[in-house]
Design a protein around this ligand. Structure first.
Ligand SMILES: C[S@@+](CC[C@H](N)C(=O)[O-])C[C@H]1O[C@@H](n2cnc3c(N)ncnc32)[C@H](O)[C@@H]1O
Length: 261
């Protein structure tokens, strides 16, 4: 299977993705006929090519669509150009002009904080916009390459930060032996969901080890047009049902919910 994984992630925008996540996607798409083709190494067959195309499309949706593959991130890291790195990821690029506003609304009077950031992208590199003292920052994503950059950033800035390859869709992964003050789940839930039931988001929320959850959603469609219905009523109904108080605010391109008990 390693050969198939390497073949799938040889596209530049997919390099760096955790192999476990690729394997999971392969298993989701495989059937006995494809298994036979793989065993016989018939990688040129139409059916195998179609399978590779489908797996890549799903991984791109989850993973590849946010990073600009033409940016040399290691070079930016070497130059300590953290702003350049924030700009190299679509989500933090869009948020960059609004980070002060976003964090002042999330942290309000909080003086010191521990953070767990799920599907973090390059968001941890925005720590200079956070006013509270960061006691601990746990950054989780499936992008191994980006996590290495974030760890170097934490070390360089002497932030008590840890990075971990973490597949947020695997509910067995959520066994943390500590509670955090706040969890960031920025622009995450909708890319993880594969069905309209939102069951996965609910299961994740129930497992998050934090008192406050700050979740955000894009207010643009994939093609970049503004959404007509920006509010996520399903998320509001679900959070209330789970006993959370909800605060909400918007910045251009993004809608935030702060859930607390
Ligand atoms: C839209 S980006 C948001 C990044 C960041 N939260 C932000 O808003 O700046 C989604 C992120 O989720 C990560 N991701 C995708 N699938 C994931 C999974 N199954 N588990 C953990 N992270 C995942 C991607 O690698 C990407 O960094």
């Amino acid at each position: 299977m390693n050969e198939v994984i390497s073949l799938i992630i040889k596209k530049k925008e997919l390099s760096g993705i955790s192999h476990d996540v690729v394997l999971k996607e392969i298993i989701r798409n495989i059937n006995p006929k494809l298994k036979k083709l793989i065993d016989e190494k018939r990688f040129k067959s139409g059916e195998f090519k179609k399978f590779v195309k489908n797996v890549r499309a799903q991984l791109r949706r989850q993973f590849g669509a946010f990073n600009n593959p033409n940016v040399d991130r290691l070079n930016l890291l070497r130059k300590k150009d953290y702003q350049g790195l924030l700009l190299s990821h679509q989500s933090s690029k869009e948020r960059l002009p609004y980070y002060n506003e976003v964090y002042s609304k999330i942290f309000k009077g909080i003086k010191s904080v521990s953070i767990i950031d799920i599907g973090c992208g390059f968001n941890p590199l925005s720590s200079k916009f956070m006013k509270p003292f960061i006691r601990k920052y746990l950054a989780l994503d499936i992008n191994e390459n980006d996590l290495k950059i974030i760890q170097e950033y934490f070390d360089e800035l002497k932030i008590n930060g840890l990075t971990k390859v973490f597949d947020a869709t695997n509910l067995e992964n959520y066994s943390f032996d500590e509670e955090f003050d706040i969890c960031f789940a920025f622009k995450l839930f909708e890319i993880l969901e594969r069905t309209k039931s939102h069951r996965l988001t609910e299961d994740i929320i129930l497992k998050i080890p934090a008192k406050i959850i700050a979740a955000s959603f894009s207010t643009k469609t994939l093609s970049g047009a503004p959404m007509t219905r920006k509010r996520r009523i399903w998320f509001e109904v679900m959070s209330k049902r789970l006993g959370y108080k909800i605060e909400t605010f918007m910045v251009p391109n993004e809608l935030f919910y702060i859930l607390s008990k």
